[in-house]
Design a protein around this ligand. Structure first.
Ligand SMILES: Cc1cc2nc3c(=O)[nH]c(=O)nc-3n(C[C@H](O)[C@H](O)[C@H](O)COP(=O)(O)OP(=O)(O)OC[C@H]3O[C@@H](n4cnc5c(N)ncnc54)[C@H](O)[C@@H]3O)c2cc1C
Length: 240
């Protein structure tokens, strides 16, 4: 773990704070789930927001990346679910090296646009690791006793490659697998006739995933008549 001397400026959401890792597990291959304790303000996120993780090496070199939280608002810990990218600098470190009790810098919560308010009828369309902020929204909806307000569509290659798939299915999300059958559903992306009833009545649509997925999902929603202005996209694109 990088040495992090005196990094916490204690200035709240706009500043860096020191997060302590309270739990680490690998619920599916290629992913690590971290549950982080952070001082006061950083825990007060809205459903859909993200944090920035900054790693610092002993020689002062730093690397920072954005990660959405799956925690519902009010969860005392910030939960991250990070997919290990091939040769990924930050995701590789988080996946392979981080242990309970380690610390690193965290800044956030960030984002006012990709946020579900818990009141507006919404549809969320996520692919792969893009489910993370949608899980936060879903947990928020369940906590409010209004899971009916948020319809969730998730797309993954297979059940064992999709984070949170059991929780998503248990709370009524529609899951489309592209490389294996699911019950009687033959492997394929969601069909328009599967999406249409989930989109009906939604006043806002959240799309989250990689660059290719985000473009595909946005086009699908627009083809179903969702106004471009109602579609909010979070893209986990290639970092610069
Ligand atoms: C707002 C926001 C929220 C995010 N939330 C999450 C999250 O909850 N979980 C999560 O796993 N990731 C999330 N990401 C992506 C994350 O920020 C990093 O881009 C990712 O972890 C890769 O960083 P790295 O340092 O490991 O890879 P790098 O060292 O930057 O890159 C390694 C290799 O992977 C490629 N690569 C980098 N990022 C991606 C990507 N996203 N998709 C495909 N190839 C990539 C690079 O081109 C390179 O070839 C989010 C991104 C944003 C902008």
């Amino acid at each position: 773990m990088p040495d992090l001397p005196g990094v916490s400026d204690g200035s709240g959401p706009s500043g860096w704070e020191l997060a302590t890792v309270r739990a680490v597990d690998h619920p599916l291959e290629g992913y690590v789930r971290l549950r982080l304790e952070v001082p006061g303000e950083a825990r007060r996120h809205l459903a859909g927001q993200h944090y920035v993780v900054r790693l610092r090496a002993d020689d002062g070199y730093t690397a920072q990346r954005s990660y959405s939280t799956a925690s519902a608002p009010g969860d005392p810990l910030v939960e991250l679910m990070v997919e290990r990218m091939p040769d990924g600098e930050v995701s590789g470190f988080l996946h392979d090296e981080v242990r309970v009790g380690d610390t690193f810098e965290l800044r956030g919560p960030i984002g006012r646009w990709f946020v579900w308010d818990g009141e507006t009828p919404a549809v969320a369309f996520a692919g792969g690791s893009g489910v993370v902020p949608i899980v936060s929204m879903l947990r928020h909806a369940v906590g409010l006793g209004r899971p009916d307000l948020l319809r969730v569509v998730v797309v993954g290659r297979s059940l064992d490659a999709l984070p949170y798939v059991d929780e998503l299915r248990a709370t009524g999300a529609f899951v489309a697998l592209t490389r294996e059958n699911l019950g009687s559903r033959v492997a394929a992306p969601p069909y328009p006739e599967e999406l249409a009833p989930l989109v009906a009545g939604a006043e806002v649509a959240f799309v989250c995933g990689g660059v290719g997925f985000a473009g595909y999902a946005t086009r699908e929603l627009e083809d179903l008549g969702v106004a471009s202005s109602a579609i909010r996209v979070e893209q986990f694109g290639v970092t610069g």
